[in-house]
Design a binder for this molecule. Structure first.
Ligand code: IMP
Length: 421
């Protein structure tokens, strides 16, 4: 039996979906422990692109059941859409998708509060407007609605009505949205009824079967972690491996491998500091070739070079045992590839991110230049076949991060991957 976790090493969108899909081949459970519909995990099934937001990507492998853990925030309307997508693809769902009793529920009220907050602050954080922050706020304020509440219509209705009254009284929502909101709440009740068959106790699945291989699927990325990320420009959950213990009730001592997913360059969506962000032609090329648009919001992602300072921090915070490097093929056309090795903060050289985490807007990245390979690498299947400069790039990152880069993704298709294990 093994328990492995996949964690976003950067600011999210590292290409976790494809790696989960690969590693879920031989597992019986895939579980998510945080976040919700703010995530957008893309996988290909028979060349067809499938984007899942809440249901773990492992759903496409029918050998596994999918657990949506207590640490998640579930949007019933979105859940129903995703279940319907899977049904249309002839993927079995009943008995395979389990929402934990104590996962919190994103209601239309929370989504409305998120939108209102964003408008009032002029999109300061640039959230996905999926209601994530307001739902976690209610959780910690001990007024949240949990999946178990969906099992009784009366309980749910009472909680929704009282939450709506509170939102109006506290001016949390814009009044011109009220009519639409009430309409959406009707749709919400119907979705809750539909998804109630998936709600259950997930504890026994995670703890009572010694034979199971479990894969844990993180969403977003370490630099968006509410505690360890670039606060306040973060999401509202613990995306790093520390979140697993609380978000699934699965203690750290059960974890075998923790695999960090890193894009071969860096991207970020939404507001907040981004030390290696490029505003030049190179940034444009990365965005264009990498098709860097958010899978959830469609927003263009900000692009930059690989940041070793942030990556070293991520290795440490998560206790990474392996790395999967993704989208390496996007660098195919560059003459030179830059890697940020340290920061300059008012003349002081910084190699440890925590010394600059609160001043990231003020740093200047210091780069090392590596030779590009100027050729297409998508159809190679072994590390040794890669061009020398490609191998040098991978080995340089590996030596700096002191963690083996055991998986290298070189294209969007399932077969475009090099497994070094
Ligand atoms: P929220 O999670 O919707 O509250 O958004 C908070 C911040 O996290 C915003 O900057 C979002 O763009 C970012 N974010 C949330 N989810 C993802 C994701 O899955 N990938 C990348 N960025 C994300």
């Amino acid at each position: 039996m093994s328990v492995d976790a996949i964690i976003g090493g950067q600011w999210g969108d590292e290409g976790k979906g494809k790696i989960v899909d690969l590693l879920s081949k031989n597992v019986q459970i895939v579980a998510r422990y945080q976040g919700g519909a703010n995530a957008g995990h893309t996988v290909y099934r028979n060349d067809q692109k499938v984007v899942l937001h809440q249901i773990p990507t492992g759903a496409l492998r029918e050998n596994c059941i999918c657990i949506l853990g207590n640490g998640m925030v579930i949007d019933p309307i979105g859940m129903l859409d995703e279940i319907n997508i899977l049904k249309q693809l002839d993927v079995a769902v009943e008995g395979r998708i389990l929402i934990d009793y104590y996962a919190h529920i994103v209601t239309p009220i929370h989504k409305c509060i998120d939108r209102t907050n964003e408008k009032r602050t002029n999109n300061k954080i640039g959230t996905t407007c999926k209601g994530i922050g307001p739902t976690y706020t209610d959780k910690y304020n001990r007024i949240g609605i949990r999946a178990v509440d969906l099992l009784s219509y009366e309980t749910l209705k009472e909680k929704i009505e009282s939450r709506l009254d509170f939102a109006i009284q506290e001016h949390q929502i814009a009044m011109d949205e009220l009519t639409d909101l009430k309409q959406e709440i009707i749709e919400f009740y119907a979705a809750c009824k539909n998804i109630s068959i998936y709600i259950q106790d997930t504890f026994k699945h995670l703890h009572d079967n010694e034979e199971m291989n479990i894969l844990i699927e993180g969403a977003q990325g370490t630099m968006l972690d509410i505690d360890h990320g670039t606060y306040p420009y973060v999401t509202s959950s613990n995306c790093s491996s520390g979140g697993i213990s609380v978000g699934l009730g699965l203690p750290g001592s059960r974890l075998n491998n923790i695999i960090g997913i890193f894009k071969a360059y860096t991207t970020r969506v939404g507001g907040g500091p981004f030390p290696t962000e490029l505003f030049d032609k190179d940034g444009e090329i990365l965005g264009k070739i990498g098709k860097e648009f958010g899978a959830t919001t469609g927003r263009p992602r900000r692009c930059g070079w690989f940041d070793l300072v942030a990556a070293r921090y991520s290795v440490a915070i998560n206790g990474l045992t392996h790395i999967a490097l993704t989208k390496l093929d996007i660098l195919d056309s560059f003459d030179t590839i830059k890697v940020c090795t340290s920061y300059d903060l008012h003349g002081k050289k910084i190699t440890n991110l925590t010394e600059a985490l609160n001043n990231l807007e003020d740093i200047k990245p210091i780069y090392k230049e590596l030779k590009g390979w100027k050729s297409e690498i998508r159809e190679y299947s072994k590390f040794d076949q890669l061009p020398l400069s490609t191998k040098n790039y991978i080995e340089y990152l590996e030596s700096e991060l002191k963690v083996p880069i055991s998986i290298i993704s070189i294209g969007p298709k399932r077969h475009q991957i090099i497994n070094r294990n």
